[in-house]
Write a new protein. Structure first.
Length: 437
């Protein structure tokens, strides 16, 4: 593997792409440390040191921003607005005929949808930036910090608008950096930035587990967490590579004197067809009631029940509902992202068929049957990955540091595998020898 790394940097064009990607990553990490105007940086650091920096309602967004959210920096929103916009556009493509027609137009339609995604990203950045500034001004960003209400000393309209504009501009810059990596670097730019954001929080989180541990100076807890993490990484790699291959045979056709078709291929149906989207959906939906309770400061019975059951990630009600929501959203997302009828129609149009299955509607029903069968283990796997860190790390007091540990591992392993595959394919094109032997 080390030889393959050296060969990758010896190849001029591949070396240029790798160095360009590393340069963009450095710029991105520098931006996550630059505070926006109007923020008292010393008070922010005081609150971060005194509080559980990755806990609370903003843990998911803080993780995707590489810890920049709670520091209220230029890249505080990170790539979360772009992720949300992409998911919204993908869902609307199924509902709105105009977007569905654009998707079928090919490259021109995809470019148009990408443009819509950029516009929606900016709109969501303005909305989320306004919410973050309002939360910081009210002191709710660090509820238990004595100087939490002094994070934004000057609460005038001009300063507030300036802060929102800076956050929106930072999101637009992050989006541009991601597209630069996609065009001129290695891998998908947004996925790479997401990977870097999550990986950047791991060293401090792991060291916090060691500092909070009691056995052998915390090294027992630290080693156990590392071991659990390695087992989960192995499980994620195994399941993410697992797929059901549906054989497809294309009939031979004679056009003039030439023969076309007669080839055999397969349709790869992944066990985890939905990816990490169900976990993000379930996490976001579960935190909406807790967010309402935090902003209303209600002390009624329903608010108390939400604090005790939904806001507490270790509560049995939270764990059960979280698992059920992941399973539901896994089936929901697979249903809207994979259309068996469309696949069956395309196969019939080009003379393809599944051996033993008639073309047309029987093929669509067969694909739907197989997809439902493999989605069950995929959804249960997602629920297990999302809940194992909560239950296993709770015994070491590590819940605060890895509130969405399952999500982070899924993203890191998934992005890492895809990036390695791209480097391997480019090495094979030049040297006929892969990255992994």
């Amino acid at each position: 593997m080390l030889t393959a790394f050296a060969r990758a940097f010896k190849t001029p064009d591949l070396r240029k792409k790798l160095l360009f990607t590393l340069g963009i990553i450095v710029i991105y990490r520098v931006g996550t440390q630059v505070p926006i105007p109007g923020v008292d940086y010393r008070n922010v650091q005081t609150c971060i040191d005194a509080a559980e920096a990755n806990s609370g309602l903003f843990g998911l967004v803080n993780m995707f921003s590489g810890g920049a959210l709670l520091q209220v920096t230029v890249f505080a929103l990170g790539i979360m607005p772009y992720i949300t916009a992409s998911i919204i556009l993908q869902l609307l493509t199924v509902v709105i005929p105009r977007l569905e027609a654009l998707k079928k137009e090919g490259q021109s339609g995809t470019a148009k949808i990408t443009q819509y995604t950029r516009y929606l990203t900016v709109a969501l950045a303005i909305l989320q930036g306004t919410g973050l500034v309002a939360t910081a001004r009210s002191g709710a960003l660090f509820a238990n910090c004595p100087v939490g209400e002094q994070i934004v000393p000057d609460q005038s309209i001009f300063v507030t608008i300036t802060m929102v504009i800076c956050m929106t501009a930072g999101t637009a810059l992050v989006m541009w950096l991601g597209e630069l990596i996609t065009d001129r670097g290695i891998g998908n730019g947004m996925s790479i930035l997401m990977f870097i954001s999550i990986a950047a929080t791991f060293p401090s989180a792991l060291w916090a587990i060691k500092e909070q541990g009691d056995l052998a100076g915390g090294w027992i807890e630290f080693g156990t967490v590392i071991l659990v993490g390695l087992v989960m990484v192995g499980l994620v790699v195994f399941v993410e590579q697992a797929q059901r291959r549906i054989p497809v045979q294309y009939a031979k056709r004679m056009i003039g004197r030439r023969s076309y078709g007669g080839t055999s291929t397969y349709i790869p149906l992944k066990v985890n067809q939905a990816g990490v989207i169900p976990v993000i959906f379930a996490s976001s939906l579960l935190y909406i009631p807790a967010l309402i309770v935090q902003f209303t400061n209600s002390t009624s019975g329903w608010a108390t029940w939400i604090r005790d059951n939904l806001a507490d990630t270790a509560a049995p009600a939270h764990i059960t509902l979280y698992f059920l929501l992941i399973v539901f959203f896994a089936f929901f997302y697979v249903a809207i992202s994979f259309n068996p009828e469309e696949v069956a129609d395309n196969m019939k149009k080009y003379g393809g068929f599944i051996p033993g299955i008639r073309a047309g509607r029987p093929t669509a029903e067969y694909l739907s049957y197989v997809l439902n069968r493999i989605t069950w283990p995929g959804s249960l796997y997602l629920g297990l990955i999302a809940l194992v860190p909560t239950m296993a790390l709770a015994g070491f007091g590590a819940n605060q540091n890895f509130p969405f540990g399952g999500t982070s591992i899924l993203i890191i392993v998934g992005v890492g595998l895809e990036t390695v595959k791209q480097i391997e394919s480019q090495l094979q094109q030049r040297n006929y020898e892969g990255f992994l032997r």
